[in-house]
Design a protein around this ligand. Structure first.
Ligand SMILES: *[C@@H]1O[C@H](CO)[C@@H](O)[C@H](O)[C@H]1NC(C)=O
Ligand SMILES: *[C@@H]1O[C@H](CO)[C@@H](O)[C@H](O)[C@H]1NC(C)=O
Length: 326
């Protein structure tokens, strides 16, 4: 991919290298990132969830009865029975363009047990905590700021189970098939628009405003109070993942360089050409806008542009390689 002109390379290098190392993604305690459970829940998941007052209809992220109580919640909110197909796509079974029915899983999986009789996720996707944590790649691991307590981690597992396995999550898909066909954009209050069909990939994975209770959100927040999480972009998991992706690529390139190599700056930029982590037009933006950017402020601006651009223009979850699904 020959995107970077020499000018662009120079700008790119000046944005990445001085002082503000791109490999450092800021970590803070949950309590410093978010004001409360509501802000945590909504900000972390980019408004996939909406926190509602305890007692109002909201979806359970875990339960102990034999029937899924979320089916009743859907009935209460929409006045229609729970959907009969899964609606969401990504790691949802078993694959692409057509919706699929939830089906039983066997007991091989030790997580997401409530959904075992009727599940939109394959048991291999949610085999255990480790599998869930690593499912979307290193940049989506929730303990990038260091090991987190088990009490805190449980909530990430529960969220994953609800999202991956619950048929009702499909009721909250952001983009309908019509939206995808018409390449609609959606403004969900993130400061940029979401594309329903970018690069020809339908956004069938994203959910928006699924109600969860304030009690649950606050319990999550309290359980994580002494744990650390990525603070980038106010603690958005998706923005953080993008930072980690860029930072991991950067570190990998650094490791490939001999120590003290005077050519390192040139080398990093050269390698950057071979492993593009930015969409081409975002790099074009840097060329146009980047020259005027003062170096000190450069990284922040650069990162914000890229984060917004990436989220607006490229699905956070790229389609999986057929075969690579866990
Ligand atoms: C989102 O798109 C709408 C129209 O589709 C536009 O009016 C609005 O300015 C856009 N918002 C952003 C943040 O780009
Ligand atoms: C966090 O640390 C404080 C102070 O040590 C302690 O009182 C509190 O119980 C801890 N919270 C959790 C959830 O571990």
């Amino acid at each position: 991919m020959k995107i970077l002109s020499p000018l662009c390379s120079a700008v790119f290098a000046s944005l990445l290298l001085p002082g503000l190392a791109v490999d450092e993604v800021e970590c803070k305690k949950f309590g410093e990132i978010y004001a409360d459970g509501t802000q945590m829940m909504e900000k972390m998941w980019d408004n996939a969830f909406k926190v509602v007052p305890t007692g109002e209809p909201s979806y359970e992220q875990w339960w102990f009865s034999s029937l899924n109580p979320n089916n009743d919640v859907t009935e209460l909110i929409f006045g229609t029975p729970a959907p009969t197909n899964c609606g969401l796509e990504y790691y949802h079974k078993p694959g692409n363009a057509t919706p699929h029915d939830p089906s039983p899983e066997n007991a091989a999986q030790s997580e997401c047990l409530p959904w075992i009789t009727s599940s939109c996720c394959d048991e291999n996707t949610v085999l255990d905590t480790q599998t869930i944590k690593e499912a979307y790649g290193k940049n989506y691991e929730w303990d990038r700021c260091g090991p987190i307590s088990q009490g805190c981690e449980r909530f990430f597992v529960q969220e994953a189970c609800l999202y991956e396995c619950d048929v009702n999550a499909g009721k909250y898909r952001l983009c309908s098939e019509d939206d995808i066909a018409n390449s609609e954009t959606k403004d969900i209050g993130l400061g940029y628009n979401i594309s329903c069909n970018d690069n020809g990939y339908g956004n069938r994975w994203q959910i928006y405003n699924m109600p969860v209770s304030k009690m649950y959100a606050d319990a999550w927040y309290r359980s994580c109070e002494n744990d650390s999480f990525c603070a980038a972009d106010g603690g958005s998991f998706f923005s953080c993942a993008l930072r980690y992706e860029n930072s991991d690529a950067f570190k990998q390139q650094q490791q490939q360089q001999p120590q003290g190599d005077p050519e390192i700056v040139t080398e990093i930029v050269t390698v950057e050409e071979e492993v593009p982590v930015l969409p081409g037009w975002a790099i074009a933006l840097i060329v146009v806008g980047g020259v005027a950017v003062v170096a000190a402020a450069g990284l922040a601006v650069f990162t914000n542009v890229v984060v917004s651009a990436e989220k607006a223009g490229t699905p956070m979850f790229q389609p999986l390689n057929p075969g690579s699904a866990a």
